[in-house]
Ligand binder design. Sequence first.
Ligand code: AMP
Ligand code: MG
Length: 481
Amino acid sequence: MDTHKGWNLQQSYTKLPDAFYTKANPSEVEKPELVLFNEALADELGLSTKPDPAIFGGNVVPEGAEPIAQAYAGHQFGQFTMLGDGRAVLLGEQVASEGERYDIQLKGSGRTPFSRGGDGRATLGPMLREYIISEAMHGLGIPTNRSLAVVTSGEYVQREDLLPGAVLTRVASSHLRIGTFQYAAGLQDYDKLKALADYTIERHAPELVDSEQPYLSFFEKVIERQAYLIAQWQLVGFIHGVMNTDNMTISGETIDYGPCAFMDTYNPKTVFSSIDRQGRYAYVNQPPIGAWNLARFAETLLPLFHEDQEKAVEMAQEAHAKYEKSYHSYWLKGMRSKLGMTTEEAQDQPLIEDLLEMMEKNEADYTNTFRALTLGRPNETAMYGKPAFTNWYKQWQARLERQESSEADVRELMKRTNPSIIPRNHRVEEALDAAVEEGDFSVAKQLLAVLADPYAYSEDQEVYAELPEPSAQPYRTFCGT
Ligand code: AMP
Ligand code: MG
């Protein structure tokens, strides 16, 4: 085993044709100060040297880095647009001790040729928000990019108000998106599209390199990953908020933590994003939007599926049709686990749906309902005392008795699948306020500490499971600015 410590950067992306990226250095910031650093992640990356704020602020480029801005396109709320890293640069790929490759990206690192009218900068609140929620997702066991560091820049950034600037270091298994393939398809050059697909397969599905139909199998793999990912979102009540095709990764990791938030009161129509006025990306729409995005992905791959385009479309449709079933089976499997079911019965799904329906009608908190069931405290649910719930509870208990698992095993399974805490909106806001308004990062650090293991059911998590005071205003989020 290679036991290097420190930067071990490579840049494989630049082996792609020039059209896929431009060289772009991070711009210097006035006074880089490290305010959050993820030591556990640094360790995984083999980076156990003392973190240098100058590097994570973009003032010094680490050894071996070859910074680039990636080109991509995407459907934003259904509209096709040319995009690209307008406020981020990829420093390179850190190769860790077992050979795992991680993109190291600075976000908020200044203008690039893709910035259009933007300033290339990011503000502290949204960067902290991304750090907290992405690390919470990791704690939940959901595929996600990670956050390594937040550096304040010592500069102010003009938004509606003047706000403190910050740079986030994002770590991902790659930043290849459906939008990267849309960009490639737009070049209308078979060789370039093939180069991108071959590169991606090698990076994210190397076992397919020598398969009979590598591109079709690759598409199927991405379908599986997206189906799995979106099912996991649904199971914890995560609302991504901006499922544009440029924000959907090929790796199947969650990326782009702008307007996302966790649902509190269970309502399938929940939308948090202030710009999503039609509710395109509402909770209930996430699974079908996943299908829509994958159809856009399929369109980009048609030339690689078959030289006869009619045949290619047929192949794409047949593969695409698997998404729904795949999504559903991941969801059902997850829901069974959340309710402690270790066997499969035909009536499981209606039983699950009955519960969800009652939760909606009674405005029950999503996380805390499952938490209460896990802890054997049905009295703590919003439905307690209602005859329909009493009846449901009896049916559920009878269902659990028909399987052989012990009560202890059922409880263990439920504890592993129902988080005791999520990054509740009021807690996230409280952490951001303390940091932005008072320069106090301890609130964020405490929140991060309890979110690291949301299945712990520890005493110090209890207070974080509490709901906010009822508010007349629904919670609103904004695209990461
Ligand atoms: P997002 O909504 O974060 O997915 O970003 C959409 C596009 O806008 C991407 O190409 C970003 O790089 C770009 N963008 C967002 N904010 C800025 C900014 N402040 N300066 C330049 N480009 C930006
Ligand atoms: Mg984006």
